[in-house]
Ligand binder design. Structure first.
Ligand code: ZN
Length: 172
């Protein structure tokens, strides 16, 4: 006998079965058909399951994190060989100072110490006043804008010079 055990249900054929010789008495499958199907399945490997959306999202996040960390790491490495560093912080004075303090804390860990600070107030530029003047004929809005430009201070730049502090841990 060619097929004794069913490839589909695993039933082993006994010598006296009522089912046709080419058919499984238990599940009714044709032995030849099941064998052919299984062979075909082996030849065609299952296509790779598409990555789930969650997985793709995680991948993108990881890539973004890496991209974000890479320039920062590069910056730290570039700074490692420098002894002085000049950084500019743009914005309103309070915001620029806050930004400076935030970065100074990080630079301190890398061995830098701020040595010089310079606040340079910004200006609105002639263009702002020219534009505002052009708006005066329109309901006097321009006058209000000019008043606002005079009262509200424009963002300036805080320039800080850092110097590397000779570290006692560094090899001589
Ligand atoms: Zn069977």
């Amino acid at each position: 006998m060619k097929y004794k055990e069913c490839l589909r249900c695993g039933y082993t054929r006994t010598p006296n079965e009522t089912a046709p010789a080419d058919q499984c008495p238990s599940c009714g499958a044709y032995y030849a058909k099941v064998a052919a199907n299984q062979q075909r399945a082996r030849k065609q490997p299952e296509p790779p399951a598409p990555a789930s959306k969650k997985h793709t999202f995680r991948k993108i996040l990881t890539a973004l994190e890496t991209a974000k960390a890479a320039p920062r790491q590069a910056q730290i490495e570039a700074r490692a060989s420098q002894t002085t560093l000049v950084r500019g912080y743009r914005g309103r004075q309070a915001a620029a100072i806050a930004e400076f303090q935030k970065e100074a804390a990080q630079l301190e860990q890398e061995g830098f110490e701020p040595t010089n600070q310079m606040w340079e107030p910004g200006n609105w530029g002639c263009l702002s006043f020219i534009l505002a003047t052009c708006l005066i004929p329109l309901f006097g809005i321009g006058l209000l804008i000019i008043l606002g430009l005079i009262i509200v201070k424009p963002p300036g730049t805080l320039t800080v010079t850092y110097k590397r502090v000779p570290s006692s841990a560094a090899p001589r």
